[in-house]
Design a protein around this ligand. Structure first.
Ligand code: ZN
Length: 246
């Protein structure tokens, strides 16, 4: 997002200098983004890595219990997720990803491709190591898995009224996971899970409920053993939702 601001600023300075008119300011959707730029309108039937990049960013806009495949194929499920994203941000909900949709996505992402309300530093505490090393996957894979979660959380955050979601634990190395008493099969060791603390804006149970329509297949909260002080969200291939007191 920073680069676009720089464009606008330089155009403004030139305008002040009287060398150009304000009309020179490029429309935001036409400007390249630091992280990723879509160069074509995407709709059902499209395929490619630009579709995958879109899917990562709308994966938190599914229906309850749905899990969007990040397969680079723009099918009906992707179109529906795009529609919900568009409706969620007040755009025309046509399921086609064009300039208005991309412009909103650019506004929502930082230069490192993470969403604006979340940063890797919130997810890499790793028992004080502040990195993604020592897990069950490479650091690069863990980081990419975390980025996927961040976009799902960005959707959840918006749907829950734009109140902060506080991460109390996310990636853990194998040794970190055992030192905090995590399960030996914990998704935290893969960068596929995050814990949302009680100081989050939304209540513990409303985060658990919202996770169902944000693509999370693992959701644990109030009443599940050792989960009375946070809501755990995770990505896996089979479903496990439990919160007896929610
Ligand atoms: Zn957890």
């Amino acid at each position: 997002m920073r680069k676009r601001l720089a464009y606008l600023l330089s155009a403004f300075v030139l305008a002040i200098a009287g060398t150009v008119t304000i009309a020179v300011v490029a429309s935001p959707e036409a400007a390249a983004d630091e992280c990723f730029t879509w160069n074509r309108t995407l709709s059902q039937g499209a395929s490619g890595s630009d579709v995958t990049q879109l899917q990562i960013r709308v994966a938190g806009w599914v229906s309850s219990g749905e899990n969007l495949a990040l397969d680079g194929q723009y099918g009906p499920a992707t179109a529906n997720a795009v529609k919900r994203f568009q409706a969620g941000y007040g755009l025309a909900a046509d399921g086609v990803a064009g300039p208005a949709t991309f412009s909103k996505l650019y506004a929502l992402q930082d230069a490192d491709c993470t969403p604006v309300h979340f940063a890797y530093s919130e997810f890499d505490d790793n028992c004080g190591a502040n990195n993604f090393n020592g897990g069950k996957v490479s650091a690069a894979t863990a980081k990419e898995n975390i980025r996927r979660i961040m976009w799902q959380l960005e959707a959840m955050r918006h749907k829950l009224g734009d109140r902060p979601l506080v991460i109390t634990s996310a990636f853990r190395s194998v040794s970190c996971n055992s030192s905090v008493g995590g399960s030996s099969t914990s998704l935290h060791m893969y960068g596929q899970a995050a814990d949302l603390g009680l100081s989050s804006g939304p209540s513990q149970c409303s985060m658990w409920n919202a996770g169902k329509s944000a693509g999370f297949e693992e959701l644990l909260s109030q009443g599940y053993p050792d989960h009375n002080d946070h809501t755990h969200v995770g990505n896996k291939s089979s479903r496990f939702w439990s919160a007896p007191n929610c």
